[in-house]
Design a protein around this ligand. Sequence first.
Ligand code: SF4
Length: 349
Amino acid sequence: MGEDAKIRLLDLDLTELKAFVRSLNMPEYRAGQIMGRLLIGDDIENITTLSKADRERLKEAAVSGIPEIMLVRESKLDETVKFLFKLYDGVLVECVLMKYNYGYSVCVSSQAGCRMGCKFCASSGIAFSRDLTPGEILGQIIAVNKFKNIRIGHIVIMGIGEPLDNYDNIIKFLKIVTSPDGLNISARKISLSTCGIVPNIFRLAGENIPVTLSVSLHNPFDEERSEIMPVNKRFPLDELFAACREYVKITGRRVTFEYSLIAGVNDSRRHAGELARRLSHLQCHVNLIPVNKVTGTGFERPDRSAIERFKGYLEEKGIEATVRRELGRDISAACGQLRKSVITEETQQ
Ligand code: SF4
C-alpha cells in the first residue's frame, strides 16, 4: 500500500483505533497501548510493547501521522520557538511554542493557508491548500513536546487558518486533546480563535467543550471592519455579538476579543468609544495587539502612548483590557509569517 493511502493513526480517536486494530486481527486492548505511545511521539517502529509481527502488520496498513519538523527558529529575545512542519503531501504549516510563567503554550495551525482574506495577515498572501485533519493539528503538539522534551499545558488555535472554517476536524481534535485517553488537556486551557463565522460559534457553544472563544475583532464599525476583514460582509457585528452572548450564556466562559491596533486605521478615540459601547453588556476581555509589521500590508503599529490611551479609555468604561506581550519578534512569530517567507523563497528560486 502506498504511504498516502495508509491510515494515519493520529486521526483516530480511541474507539476508532480499537476498531482498526481489530480489523488487523489484533486484540482490542492494543489500541490503548498504541495511542499512549503515539501521544508521546513514538513512531510505529518504536512501539515495542507490540510484537515485531504486529508492528509489521500495523506498518503495512498505517503510519503514525506525526508531522516532520522542517525548520526550527528559536528566539534570542525570549524562549519562543517557531516550528515549520511538512505534512505527508508536502504541505507546510507552522506552530509557535511560547513559555509563560504558568508553563508552555503552543499556537497551532488549523488549515494550510486561509480563505478568510484578512488584510493584516501573512496567511492571506498564500493560497489556501487544504484543511488539516485532527491528527495533523494534534501532531504539531506531540512533535513539539517530543522535540523540546516538555509537556505543553495550554493550546491556542490561532496559527494559520480559520478553525471554524474546518469545523468537524477541529471538534474531533478538541475531543481527542481534552480526553483522558488523549492529551487530557482541560478545555479551559484551550483558546480557539475565530474571525467570526457566526453559525459555527453557535454550534461550538453546544458542543460541551467550553474552550475560551477568542474573536478577532479589530474594528467596532461594520463598514471599516469589512474593509480589513471580508468575513464581516457575511456576518456583520450585530450577528457576531449575538453569537458571543450566546456562547457566554451556554458555556459560562467570558469571550476574549483580539484587537490589532493599526496606526491611523483603528486606534482613535472614536474606535475605543464604539468598542466600549458594543462590549458594555458582554462578559469579556480585550487583548490589544500592536500590529505586526507584515511585508506588503503597509500597516504600522501605533506608538506606545497611543496604545496606552486606547487601553485607558476602555478601562474608564469598565472594559478589561491588556496589551499583549510580544514574543518572538526576531523570528517572525506572527501567524503565517515563517511559512510565507519559506514559500516565497522557494517560488523565487
Ligand atoms: S487572521 Fe486568521 S482568519 Fe484572518 S486571514 Fe489570517 S489566519 Fe485567516
